[in-house]
Design a protein around this ligand. Structure first.
Ligand SMILES: Cc1ncc(COP(=O)(O)O)c(C=O)c1O
Length: 335
């Protein structure tokens, strides 16, 4: 099948660009120095491609991602970089993946309690390094590690995600260094082999973590492209023009809010201005006097945020040139 024959909206992944992104990141963060974050792509087939390139340890945000990766035989070293208080659900996932190595982030006595009751063996102390989200006060990391050990858990080390600095335009390196100083201080209290953090926006600036938790670099989006992170946009949304208003000067394509993550703003169409995305439509006009497309023409849309775009689709259509060479289910969707 050719790209133009796909039913739209279709999320399309250029395999050569994906492989180039993996190779570029792998040159800087080889093997398990990279812990690819599955939240970005939610797809075990893509995770397998990373594992085949030597990146066999994965980061996740949901229990569904843990269970799915383990079931796909990708459970060498799975980190849930997120807090869980539902011990029953956690236990079901742990018991359902007896061959997987599963480490859980904890930042409170409550999450330590849930991990212990669920039968988890290993934890990372999640440290707040400046972004208001999860993570303990750095000064509290030692106390929490002791609390975890008292419950029979092994503290493998620390994690701290400097998400507020991913697209920081001013003195990013110095700011990442300050954030990581907090993490290293926490690590001094906790011990262990693991200092986990970082992402696509800090991959070339974070020199302090033992493993990088990046995921977006695989498929990319216009938000990270604008920040100049240095990876190629390997994923796009293919739409079909379903209506053209020549008098008004706009065209309407067959996918919108329900096919695109919108928290980073509108997506982009080369040579066009997007007027707005509606539930099932994208309305756009052409720049510089270029003619409007015709009804039935295909249009390529570049998503602004990869994670919430992928999670709205059932599959990634994998392409080489104009040919569709594979269909990868987005099998880690939902929770
Ligand atoms: C805990 C954690 N680590 C790392 C990342 C980095 O991901 P990205 O590759 O999108 O920068 C994220 C992104 O949200 C995250 O939540």
């Amino acid at each position: 099948m050719r790209i133009d024959e796909l039913p739209t909206p279709a999320l399309v992944v250029d395999l050569d660009l994906l492989d180039a992104n993996i190779a570029r990141m792998g040159a800087a963060w080889p093997g398990t120095r990279l812990r690819p974050h599955a939240k970005a792509f939610k797809c075990t087939s893509l995770a397998r491609r990373l594992a085949d390139a030597g990146h066999t340890a994965f980061c996740t945000a949901t229990l569904r991602e843990i269970a799915g990766l383990a079931a796909a035989g990708l459970g060498d070293d799975l980190l849930l970089a997120n807090e869980v208080v539902d011990a029953d659900r956690l236990r079901a996932v742990i018991e359902g993946a007896p061959d997987a190595r599963i480490t859980i982030a904890v930042d409170s006595v409550e999450t330590i309690d849930a991990a212990a009751r669920a039968g988890v063996h290993e934890v990372l102390i999640d440290v707040n390094v400046g972004m208001p989200r999860c993570g303990c006060d750095p000064a509290d990391a030692g106390r929490l590690a002791d609390a975890a050990r008292a419950r029979g858990l092994v503290a493998r080390g620390v994690m701290g995600y400097e998400g507020h600095l991913m697209t920081e335009p001013v003195d990013q390196g110095a700011k990442v260094e300050s954030a990581m100083a907090l993490l290293l201080d926490a690590h001094d209290q906790v011990g262990g082999d693991v200092i986990s953090g970082g992402g696509t926006g800090s991959w070339s600036k974070n020199h302090w973590v033992t493993e990088l938790q990046a995921g977006s670099f695989t498929l990319m989006d216009t938000h990270y492209e604008a920040a100049g992170v240095g990876f190629a946009k390997a994923m796009r949304l293919q739409l079909t023009v379903v209506s053209v208003n020549g008098t008004g000067g706009w065209a309407t394509a067959d996918g919108g809010l329900k096919a695109l993550g919108m928290d980073h703003g509108n997506s982009s169409i080369d040579g066009a201005d997007i007027w707005y995305h509606a539930d099932e439509h994208t309305v756009f006009s052409m720049r510089d006097g270029a003619p409007l497309p015709a009804v039935g023409d295909r249009v390529t849309v570049w998503p602004a945020h990869v994670d919430p775009t992928v999670s709205q689709h059932e599959q990634l259509w994998v392409t080489r040139g104009d040919e569709v060479v594979d269909r990868w289910p987005v099998d880690l969707r939902n929770w």
